[in-house]
Design a protein. Structure first.
Length: 344
């Protein structure tokens, strides 16, 4: 059961306030057995769902924000998020069996994903009565050196960035570019942070992909993959996607695209293989790279191209993706006074 309208008073759906109070109650209970990293994980996925970002709750995002993994994180080789999700499901089940069996709101994490579900307990769906529970006291959980505390993740300006990136400077960069607010204690609106007039969204130029021919008469699959990648990246509002650099001067812009996406594709028998890398255009430094394979017998070329493009776009352009983490960490800085003309 998902969250349709957390601000409504519909008796069949918990409100945002009720969900947050229930999370505080869970954390305060001695019957909730979970270490610091587990609490940080639960706090983060609840916050993101309440903020309307549940579609971005992927293993890559959680690993970077909660567990401090870098942009090269691979969920297939590092199952940290999957393991922690399983532990949290068991911890919540135990809590509701032992200490929370009279609670009004039930928080679960359905299998197959990391998006939490919020619902009223069966006894409250019809009666609508309030549980006779003690007031929730402040939770004094000391953060560790590796994991943000639930209090930091929940009540202070999306403070996960201070753990995923160098503290202090990273937060100032994020605030200056409009990616996170510094002061609000909640994010009630189901929308991404609004851009400010001074914000410069990350710009990425998708270069022509190389088509590596392994046999005579092999089809050109690189152009199709590039078109799919451009289409998937363009779905994200927080970045600017450039398909072609200008050939004539029409309009001066303040900066050049910071990034270039380079790639190649080849077909070897029934195997579709692609290598993609994100480079910094100022000096050609490779900031991220990955390779993708597909079997054309089971999927077909078009489906493989679409799947690869979706994975690339999700990794790079989602709100906690590679491009935003690089920007926030200062790795995308370019020499000053660089300009380019308008697009064609």
């Amino acid at each position: 059961m998902g969250v349709a309208d957390l601000t409504s008073t519909c008796p069949g759906q918990p409100t945002e306030t009720e969900v947050r109070q229930q999370l505080d109650r869970i954390f305060a209970s001695p019957e909730f057995h979970s270490p610091q990293r587990g609490r940080a994980f639960l706090q983060f996925i609840v916050n993101e769902t309440l903020a309307g970002h549940s579609e971005f709750l992927k293993a890559f995002t959680i690993a970077n924000v909660v567990f401090g993994r870098n942009v090269s994180f691979d969920a297939q080789n590092d199952p940290v998020v999957r393991i922690e999700a399983g532990r949290m499901r068991r911890a919540l089940e135990r809590y509701y069996l032992v200490g929370g069996n009279a609670d009004r709101v039930v928080v679960t994490i359905p299998k197959g994903g990391y998006v939490p579900s919020f619902d009223y307990a069966d006894g409250y769906k019809t009666t609508g009565t309030q549980p006779a529970s003690a007031p929730i006291s402040a939770i004094g959980i000391e953060p560790t050196d590796h994991y943000p505390s639930p209090d930091d993740l929940g009540n202070h300006s999306r403070a996960w960035a201070g753990y995923a990136l160098p503290a202090g400077a990273a937060l100032l960069v994020l605030a200056a570019f409009g990616y996170i607010p510094l002061n609000p204690s909640r994010l009630p609106e189901a929308s991404l942070p609004a851009e400010t007039t001074n914000a410069i969204p990350p710009q990425i130029f998708v270069e022509q992909f190389d088509n590596i021919v392994t046999s005579e008469g092999a089809p050109d699959i690189a152009d199709g993959l590039r078109d799919e990648v451009i289409g998937q990246l363009a779905k994200f509002k927080g970045i600017v996607v450039i398909a072609n650099l200008p050939t004539t001067k029409r309009q001066d812009l303040s900066v050049e695209p910071r990034y270039a996406l380079q790639g190649s594709a080849r077909l070897e028998g029934n195997t579709f293989r692609s290598l993609i890398r994100l480079v910094r255009r100022a000096d050609g430094a490779v900031l991220w790279a990955n390779n993708y394979d597909g079997d054309v017998r089971s999927q077909g070329v078009f489906q493989i191209q679409e799947d690869i493009a979706e994975r690339i776009a999700s990794t790079l352009a989602q709100p906690h993706g590679t491009m935003f983490l690089l920007d926030a960490g200062g790795l995308a800085n370019q020499p000053a006074n660089r300009k380019c003309s308008g697009y064609v």
